[in-house]
Design a protein around this ligand. Sequence first.
Ligand SMILES: *Cc1c(COP(=O)(O)O)cnc(C)c1O
Length: 264
Amino acid sequence: MIKRVMEAAGKPLVKATAQRTQELVGNYDAIGAQVAEACKKYQRPQSQVRVLPVSKFKPANDILALYETKGLRNFGENYVQELVEKSQILPEDIQWHFIGNLQSNKVKHLATVKNLFVIESASGYSKMKKLNDLREESWPITNVYFQINTSDEAQKGGLSYDEVDKIVEEIKNINKSCAKLAFKGFMTIGSVGQSTKHDGSENTDFEKLVNLRKQVAEKLNIEENELDLSMGMSNDYEEAIRQGTNQVRIGTNIFGARDYSKKN
Ligand SMILES: *Cc1c(COP(=O)(O)O)cnc(C)c1O
């Protein structure tokens, strides 16, 4: 549980200090400028590369500061309970992105978040069907990305990048049986080794995600650009932009380092 969020629940949210707000705005503007520069350098239209602030472990008033000063509406969170708590005290027009590991027993909690815009870390049809069936008819559609384990690391979640036929079947099942969801693309994290090499060579994890999208689009008989790619974080967003990402997920470079000891 996040102590600071819990303290705020039920009370009016104490706003971030002017100094913290200035820091967040400065960081956000700086990453925005760097992303714009990378888009120019690699000839990517800026409208095709979104910046998603990842606010895990950070207090709700950090989010509110960016919401109010920069007009941001999209934020990413990794933990179901933290997302549920923040969604209860923050404005309802925030579009929440769930980007963490989703355990079966947490699906029912995640399903209660009306303004859950997208789950970027889905790993197949079954949990998504469960989520679909728990959502109210009148609520906005929740988008779904499959997380792909491009680096083959046991500790990373996601579907295996070489199981193309299985992935296509799972997407078809979602399209057929989950009217409150919409399948929209793929997300990957990739290995630390690939994300920190910065030697101008291709990030092979990103390359695998790009190839997977191509194969899946062919099998579904749709255009590649109908499926989004969410790849790139604070360490490797420039490579991700070069290789075709549609969204970079930025935590540290906006909010600062995370203090994992705050989580219990
Ligand atoms: C924490 C996290 C991020 C942000 O990472 P930074 O390196 O702090 O930018 C992005 N994506 C996922 C899936 C994460 O868990």
